[in-house]
Design a protein around this ligand. Sequence first.
Ligand code: NDP
Ligand code: 8X3
Length: 252
Amino acid sequence: MGKIVFITGASSGIGRSCASRFAESGYDLVISGRRIEKLQSIASELAVRFKVVVIPLQLDVSRQEEINRSLASLPEEFRIPDILINNAGLALGLEPFHKGNIEQWDQMIDTNVKGLVYLSRALAPAMVSRGSGHIINIGSIAGREVYPNGNIYCATKAAVDSITKAMRIDLLPYGIKVSQIAPGAAETEFSTVRFSGDEILAQAVYEGFEPLRPEDIAEAVYYVASQPPHVNINDLLIMPAAQAAAGIIHRK
Ligand code: NDP
Ligand code: 8X3
């Protein structure tokens, strides 16, 4: 049995690339998300390619009442991961505050903030009992700087920043590392989801510059996870070279 990584939002984008990167290095995985068929196919591919154990787990992180049941369905040894990557998240809409859609706001808060908290709260006690673990939260440049119409999405990522710091303080005595990786613009399903499937709007986000690839973030996550026991990388802001700040992108 190798070391175990539990990844949320592994059906696509950054989470999927993290799954691949850790599998390549021999980690066994729990890959979770809502779209179980995608997770099953990713799990089969990675298991064959890298000869590791990959468990696909249907888990909507925003549904607190389902989390414990879902975790209980895992083989016992997979319920205490060595590394938890809290990656599941989304932006919905890009509207000025006074036109914001409350249901979309709720979904972003429920997923990006409450979901991260629910799952971490469920898994942390076992890490505390064991006296080791590493929680890596995926934040965003949007958590550092607010941009026009980013309002509630930016607020959820600012919350991830605060929660990461709070977890690090509270879990410090128990040998648990807590880190945040905050990417700038990365080309994934993120903008397709934000614009409700409108591919023209989504593609326009990445026009005229080279965005981050999900593999770039996965490499950074792997680097953070691979430090020696006495080193923790608290925080890593990783941007496309063409992006100076939130919304400040040099397009050709
Ligand atoms: P994708 O849309 O490609 O991936 C998002 C993942 O989150 C999917 O696997 C999706 O799986 C999962 N997810 C969404 N809602 C839930 C939920 N309720 N429960 C469980 N899983 C859920 O986008 P990215 O890979 O870009 O996004 C990953 C993270 O990176 C997010 O937290 C995002 O905010 C952050 N980020 C993205 C940036 C970017 O520019 N792309 C930049 C900075 C941060 P499923 O639909 O199967 O549930
Ligand atoms: C995603 C990056 O700048 O689109 O968190 O909000 S941004």
